[in-house]
Design a protein around this ligand. Structure first.
Ligand SMILES: [Fe+2]
Length: 210
């Protein structure tokens, strides 16, 4: 197979914040702007560079496969970072008041809405001082809604679509709360955009066609 032609590269682009960052409760504009620009924005730029290098490396016949895979590792991490940050910012900027449909769906999946919230909060607090993500996800294989722990951008559960995403990297809260991760989790809950969550639930969790 010829490798002399560079494959087309789709360049990732920054997605604007879907809310006014000066209007969040308990999360400062400075924190949100820094997170969006430096952490999310940094991953968007790094993913673009990685994709360019991958295209060039694939066209190079003398590229050792083990070095090619170093780029694929970066591709995996950066893709996870970009996608999860976009889900995260998209599910912020709301009232924090869950709608009846979302409450019902979570109560059915977890026994009660409070049981879902207790576990989600506990997982977030448990990641304090470290890094990772808490993801309420719909597993398209088991057809279950579950809360998933993720140690980094690459630890996504198999066959799972994110419904609600909480960033637990320290850059998400350190500027406002220092090491007090639980206070950040409280602030996150006050700003959940439940309309977005409800739309994701509706898109994901419809029963399969008979
Ligand atoms: Fe982040």
């Amino acid at each position: 197979m010829s490798t002399s032609t560079l494959a087309p590269v789709s360049t990732p682009t920054l997605k604007p914040l879907p809310f006014d960052p000066s209007k969040l409760k308990g999360l400062s504009e400075r924190l949100i702007r820094s997170h969006w620009e430096n952490n999310y924005g940094g991953s968007v730029k790094a993913l673009a560079v990685t994709k360019k290098h991958l295209a060039e490396a694939l066209a190079a016949p003398d590229m050792p496969p083990y070095l090619y895979n170093e780029l694929k590792r970066e591709h995996l991490l950066r893709t996870g970072s970009v996608v999860l940050h976009e889900y995260y910012f998209d599910n912020l900027g709301g009232s924090g008041q869950a709608d009846a449909g979302s409450r019902k769906a979570l109560a059915e999946a977890f026994g009660s809405f409070d049981a879902w919230e207790t576990e989600f909060r506990r997982m977030g607090t448990g990641l304090g001082g470290g890094s990772g993500w808490v993801v309420l996800g719909f597993n398209t294989h088991t057809r279950q809604l579950e809360n998933y722990w993720m140690a980094d951008h690459a630890h996504g559960p198999a066959a799972t679509l994110p419904i609600l995403v909480m960033d637990m990297y320290e850059h998400s809260y350190q500027m406002d709360y220092g090491a007090a991760a639980a206070k950040y989790v409280d602030a996150f809950f006050q700003n959940i955009q439940w309309e977005t969550v409800a739309q994701r639930l509706e898109a994901c969790c419809r029963p399969p066609a008979a």
